[in-house]
Design a protein. Structure first.
Length: 296
C-alpha cells in the first residue's frame, strides 16, 4: 500500500510558510512566486478539508489544525534532508569516498585508518564496503580497492599487498597435524572470488591426498577466520589480512609453508577524468602503510 500523503510541493509550501508565517518569505526561500505558494497552500487545505492558516492583512496565523500539523511537516523534511546528506552528501561536500572489499576493510584498512585521520584531520573520508567489486561508479566513490592481478583496462592500479597463502587454525588443531596430508581429516574453509586457493597451496605442499574442493565456502575472509576460530575447520588466509589473528594468537599457521601468489589488493582509479583533490594524499598514505605492514 502506498503512503497516504499529499503532494510534496504542497507540503513544502506549507512547511516554509508555517516557519516564516509569511507566503512572501516562503516564496523567497523556495524560489517561487508568492502567488504560487499561496495556491499550493490552498490546494493542501482543500486536500485536508480545513484551513491551516488565518490570513491577516500583513501576516499569517496558524489555525489549530495547522499548528498541530506543522511539527509533522518539519519532521518529514528534516529526516529527508538528513537522509540525503547521509547517502549523497559526501559527493557534494568534498568527502573522499573509497570503496574497499569488506574483508580488507575490516582486517587491514580499519586498523590503520586512524593514523590517516590523525595525520590529515581536515580530510573527510567515507568508506564504502563491497563483497565483490562491480563496475566503477564515479558518482559514488573516488577510489577503489580491488583484489586481482592489477590489470584493469582504463584504470591505474597501485599494488598494496604482496600476498601469501597461509592455512590458519586453532593452536590445538595445528598441534594435531604433522603433515599437510593430515588436512584430509579436517574441514577446509574457502573464500569465494579468489582464483588462487586451496588447490594451489596443496599442490605446492606436495600432497595429493586432500580434496581441494571439499569443505565450506564463504564470501568474506572475516567469516572464514571466525569459523576457524570457533573450531570449524582450517581457513586458507591471505597474509595481508592475518596480522591481527597472528598477533593475538587466536589462530596460528597450520604449517610452515606460506605460498607466495600473484594476486593482491590494488588501489584503483581511472586513468582519465577529474580526481578528488585529496585522492593523491590518500593514495600516498596507503602505499606507505602497505610497505610498513609487509611483515609476513
Amino acid at each position: 500500500m502506498g503512503h497516504q500523503i499529499p503532494p510534496l510541493p504542497w507540503l513544502r509550501a506549507f512547511e516554509a510558510s508555517a516557519r516564516h508565517l509569511s507566503f512572501t518569505n516562503a516564496a523567497s526561500e523556495l524560489n517561487l512566486t508568492q502567488a504560487a505558494i499561496s495556491k499550493q497552500v490552498k490546494l493542501l487545505e482543500h486536500y485536508f478539508g480545513e484551513p491551516l492558516f488565518e490570513r491577516l492583512p500583513r501576516s499569517l496565523i496558524l489555525t489549530k489544525a495547522g499548528a498541530a500539523y506543522q511539527p509533522k511537516a518539519n519532521d518529514v523534511f528534516e529526516r529527508l534532508a538528513a537522509g540525503t546528506l547521509e547517502v549523497f552528501g559526501g559527493r557534494r561536500m568534498g568527502i573522499l569516498s573509497v570503496r574497499a572489499p569488506v574483508g580488507f576493510a575490516t582486517t587491514w584498512l580499519a586498523a590503520r585508518l586512524v593514523r590517516f585521520l590523525a595525520a590529515h584531520p581536515k580530510i573527510q573520508v567515507r568508506i564504502v564496503s563491497s563483497v565483490w567489486a562491480e563496475d566503477y561508479d564515479s558518482e559514488t566513490f573516488d577510489l577503489d580497492i580491488r583484489y586481482g592481478f592489477g590489470k584493469w583496462t582504463g584504470f591505474d592500479a597501485d599494488r598494496l599487498t604482496l600476498e601469501k597463502l597461509i592455512p590458519m587454525c586453532l593452536p590445538e588443531v595445528a598441534a594435531g597435524m604433522s603433515s599437510p596430508d593430515d588436512l584430509a581429516k579436517e574441514r577446509l574453509l574457502h573464500v569465494l572470488g579468489y582464483q588462487e586457493g586451496w588447490a594451489a597451496w596443496l599442490t605446492a605442499a606436495g600432497t595429493a591426498h586432500v580434496d581441494a574442493g571439499s569443505g565450506l565456502w564463504f564470501d568474506t575472509t572475516p567469516m572464514v577466520l571466525e569459523v576457524a576460530a570457533q573450531g570449524g575447520g582450517v581457513a586458507l588466509g591471505r597474509s595481508s589480512m592475518l596480522e591481527r589473528e597472528i598477533t593475538s594468537g587466536r589462530l596460528v599457521p597450520a604449517f610452515d609453508l606460506a605460498l607466495a601468489i600473484e594476486e593482491g589488493f590494488f588501489l584503483v582509479a581511472p586513468e582519465k577524468g577529474a580526481r578528488h583533490p585529496d585522492a593523491a594524499i590518500f593514495r600516498d598514505w596507503l602505499r606507505a602503510e602497505a610497505k610498513i605492514s609487509e611483515i609476513l
